[in-house]
Design a protein around this ligand. Sequence first.
Ligand SMILES: *Cc1c(COP(=O)(O)O)cnc(C)c1O
Length: 409
Amino acid sequence: MIRINENFNKLKASYLFVDIARRVEKFKEENPSAKIIKMGIGDVTRALPEACIKAMHAAVDELASEESFKGYGPEQGYAFLREAIATNDFKSRGCNISADEIFVSDGAKCDTGNIQEIFAQDITVAVPDPVYPVYVDTNVMAGRTGLNVDGRYENLVYLEANEANGFIPEIPATTNIDLIYLCFPNNPTGATATKEQLTKWVEFAKANKALILFDAAYVAFIRDNEIPHSIYEIEGADEVAIEFRSFSKTAGFTGTRCAYTVVPKKCIAYTKSGEAQSVHPLWNRRHSTKFNGVSYPIQKAAEAVYSPEGKAQVKELIDFYLENAKIIRESMSSLGYKCTGGDNSPYIWVQTNSDSWEFFDTLLNKAAVVTTPGAGFGNCGQGYIRISAFNSRENVIEAMERIKKALNK
Ligand SMILES: *Cc1c(COP(=O)(O)O)cnc(C)c1O
């Protein structure tokens, strides 16, 4: 008898986007002429940088003749891209990360979801609340949690991000944590962590023989040079942290697909008997067994992000979204709503002073603007909405004018 992995039955269906779609449909039926503006989108809206397009075209042409044709590439990624990443994203900020510690992949979603496979079944996992759901659901599927009770899975430790701690989870009182997921700049709150705050997490990991999984998918939005761009800017982090990055939000690769994971050779985990073991060979084995590499034209396009033209174009791209974010943040603040994010992040986390869904409905019904209710990201998201800066300038300005009219009666 073929049997299922019953851990999947524990997964709480995410009604968030289904529920949003249902409410938007109902609004459309009742207001057929309304022009809806979607400010809830977690996807980029602008075209790929010119440098990436050129590199991709040239790479496709290489595949057109037998002399320069490429079949399977290295599973870990081509050296040209891994070298460019190590030099530009790490060495340039004083982080001693080398090309062979970088694993190129087709997405940070897959990487943050797959990484847990190399760790033991009976470890204790800590996740932020509110959270990017991938971290939680992949551990549920793997059987590391109990059932979902009142919005939280049993056996998971929830690291609360709220107004009181400035949306940076505090170091937990319990030392019984083995794997810690952190994400900065954060999705959904837009919060960024200082060097001091990250240092505390690295020290906690060291003291407790734990490991940090650091998701830096939004690093390109950091404009304040004092904010760490990488966990490896913290001394000793290469022994206790794995970092995830993506070209998705950096250079508009959400549909193109390219990302990477950094596993330093010094990074350590332990056997049951307490013997230290490097994590790098484990991930190398996992990655090369189950993955056959990102396509050559896409890796060439990603490499172009680091060319002088690519850098300038990516900066222009991100500056555009950051200007949107500033407009949103200033508008919502001027209406008296407390906001986080939106300066070194494309997301603005707005305190609604009411139920998330109630506020969502008000913006939909009175302004025809769609946002994302914070409650959909975890219990600590109740009382917030997330507004995204991924949109056209026109839409952002019009959405903010409509919201002003709707709320500032
Ligand atoms: C968008 C996003 C990613 C990137 O995912 P890709 O699979 O690389 O497109 C990773 N982490 C977070 C928190 C994100 O919001």
